[in-house]
Design a protein around this ligand. Structure first.
Ligand code: AHR
Length: 656
């Protein structure tokens, strides 16, 4: 009873605080908007994960590549048989006794002779060499964590030399490992290169005769993002962390619903020890190791303070499956009804895995992976821009009902097709209205002009009904004008932050020369990162979010469609944030009145992104367009001249 009274009084206090803060803000003219507005869309497209954000340096570490991914691929792709010093032996890819049935292929090395013929001065042995993702980038004196699974299959233990080499064979780092267990066992070692190299190879060389099985040959930099084991490439991850996104949606995109039923992304295949995870063909034409799996996605979200937004298939595959997009669709396949209960349970299990106590069946698996505390999952997406067919609707309804019944605390995000209008959009919204789906996911990729001319799209959306997650959007291009058109639109998203709960530009990452989607936010290769102007716009908005929107603070020529502006306040810091956009070709004046915000600090942080409309950042000149930050003097009211083709963010501190 005492406890109940305590809880009741806490609840009353919390309610009173909430009411007070809401009304005190409202009295100042602010409209409550989403505090999760700007986040990230992460899909393993354009080599974003393997070969990208996921810091594994060995390509095809588990010998699972196959021709369904790329016609010329096989389990030995990206590996080379080596036998220096006039050595010889035999090599095979086998499946007879794998580490785990999910990971069926491994290499069998039969070392017949280690040669040390006269005049040969290098290391001798029989083994394999991996060229990574177009070479491995190593830095002098940094540490690299090597590991492999191996089993001794002959009578004698087998010693290995593990080394990093330049393309010409110069040894950069070297260590030894001895394989003496007849069962699969993980062996580890550290390599410390003596020099920098951007194109290193990893060599695994047996140095005595014998027979051995090898699998899961891996190399990670010790310096991953936040030094996480099985972690992320630090520089790329930092670029994302710098954006301060409020959420991350993963693993797709089309990757989530997959190319046919067998290719749907099944989260359970992506957790647990790496050697037990199930690799699969990536819908975008390569391989997914699942090394960056659900555990790593959730951990990364936590590491950068973003809410996780996993998107699960709605038990149907992509409508473009099998390349049917070439004939207009509809390759959508639906899970048979007799598999639906099991599938629904898979969705519910995810919630338990993320949020359940460490004593629950699935919570225990999370704890075993190293995270006993819950991940505080709030949002779950069901479906990705699916064709709204009767088969989809039937399955979506079943999943939605089950989640709602068992987990009313979870906010489900539904889907309304791949376009800003049309048949799937209309049917998807009708379904959302009928079922009262809390949020639906809209997608559109279109011209900059469309973004400029549709800034009022959400003004007319019904309030206190289904909200919007603008889960994928971009204007076609990475020129400054594309980014500024998106900026104008984003001010409208803020203005409509009472109906638009979340928004994420797409796609996020793209590896140079390995892209399947032309317009992306951040390009990278193994060494460099090339952020687009679109990245800077996203960052300027994302790192400057507020939870109250104020109109009438910025006065501008309302007839000029090239001008856009918004004003938000972050109630945690009390900061007032102005965003002013000019998509036109001449500077334009705007008048700011901060009268309603009490005492303001007359020095503000100003960031301006502007330049030639058609300029882009390139790998050679990644700084063609860069935001310029400065401290400016402001008053309660002031004029601002927005440069041609620009976004300006002004962050103002107030006395609370
Ligand atoms: O963002 C790239 C792709 O665009 C996504 O995978 C898909 O959802 C959309 O069609």
């Amino acid at each position: 009873m005492k406890n109940f009274r305590y809880q009741l009084s806490c609840a009353v206090i919390i309610l009173a605080c909430l009411l007070f803060s809401t009304t005190s803000q409202a009295a100042k003219g602010g409209k409550k908007i989403s505090s999760d507005l700007f986040g990230l869309f992460f899909e393993d497209i354009n080599y974003s994960a393997d070969g990208g954000l996921y810091a594994e340096m060995v390509q095809n570490r588990s010998f699972e590549y196959n021709p369904t991914e790329q016609k010329t691929w096989n389990p030995f792709s990206y590996w080379e048989y080596v036998a220096p010093g006039f050595s010889y032996g035999r090599i095979n890819v086998e499946t007879a006794a794998p580490i785990h049935p999910n990971n069926p292929h491994y290499v069998l090395l039969d070392i017949e002779h280690i040669g040390h013929e006269a005049k040969y001065t290098g290391i001798s042995g029989v083994g394999i060499k991996n060229s990574g993702f177009e070479g491995m980038v190593v830095k002098a004196d940094d540490k690299y964590n090597f590991s492999m699974f191996a089993r001794q299959l002959g009578n004698e233990p087998v010693s290995f030399t593990i080394c990093l080499q330049t393309l010409k064979g110069k040894i950069l780092a070297q260590t030894t490992v001895s394989v003496a267990a007849s069962d699969w066992k993980k062996y580890t070692a550290t390599l410390t290169p003596s020099a920098n190299c951007d194109t290193a190879n990893l060599v695994v060389l047996a140095t005595n005769t014998g027979k051995v099985g090898l699998d899961m040959i891996s190399l990670f930099p010790e310096k991953t993002f936040k030094n996480r084991e099985n972690g992320m490439r630090a520089d790329l991850a930092q670029m994302l962390a710098d954006m301060k996104p409020r959420f991350i949606r993963f693993p797709g995109g089309c990757l989530a619903h997959g190319d046919g039923l067998g290719n749907m992304y099944r989260w359970k295949n992506t957790i647990g020890p790496l050697e037990t995870r199930k690799e699969q063909r990536n819908i975008w034409g390569y391989n997914q190791t699942a090394g960056l799996g659900y555990y790593e996605y959730f951990r990364f979200c936590e590491d950068i303070g973003a809410k996780p937004l996993p998107v699960l298939p709605a038990a149907v595959s992509c409508q473009n499956s099998g390349g049917t997009w070439q004939v207009g669709g509809i390759g959508q396949k639906a899970l048979p009804m007799n598999e639906m209960q099991e599938y629904i349970q898979e969705v519910l299990d995810l919630i338990e895995w993320a949020n359940g106590p460490a004593t629950s069946v699935w919570g225990a698996k999370r704890a075993a992976a190293g995270h006993p505390a819950p991940f505080n999952l709030q949002y779950v997406g069901i479906g990705n821009e699916d064709k709204i067919t009767p088969e989809f609707e039937e399955r979506f309804k079943m999943i939605f009902a089950a989640v709602k019944a068992k987990h009313p605390e979870i906010t489900v995000v539904g889907t309304v097709g791949p376009a800003p209008d049309g048949e799937d959009f209309t049917k998807g919204w009708k379904l959302a209205d009928d079922l009262k789906i809390p949020i639906v996911d809209e997608h559109y990729y279109t011209s900059p002009e469309w973004f400029i001319s549709h800034q009022h799209r959400y003004d007319a959306y019904k309030r206190n009904a289904t909200e919007v997650y603008l889960g994928e959007y971009a204007s076609w291009g990475n020129k400054l004008r594309n980014a500024i058109a998106e900026a104008a639109y984003m001010t409208a998203l803020e203005r409509n932050g009472d109906v638009v709960r979340m928004a994420s530009y797409a796609p996020l990452l793209a590896k140079k020369d390995f892209t399947q989607w032309k317009t992306d936010m951040i390009f990278f290769d193994n060494v460099k990162i090339n952020p687009t102007p679109n990245y800077y716009v996203q960052k300027m908005f994302s790192a400057n979010q507020g939870d109250y929107y104020f109109d009438k603070v910025i006065a501008k020529d309302e007839k000029d469609v090239n001008l856009a502006a918004s004003c938000v306040r972050d109630s945690k810091t009390g900061d007032v944030i102005l965003k002013m956009v000019n998509f036109g070709s001449a500077p334009k004046s705007m008048k700011i009145n901060l009268g309603q915000f009490g005492t303001i600090i007359p020095q503000a942080e100003q960031t301006v992104l502007s330049g030639d409309a058609n300029v882009e950042n390139t790998f050679d000149n990644p700084q063609n367009v860069l935001p310029v930050a400065s401290t400016v003097k402001i008053g309660k009211s002031f004029q601002y001249s927005a440069p041609a083709m620009s976004l300006t963010v002004v962050r103002i501190k107030t006395k609370k």
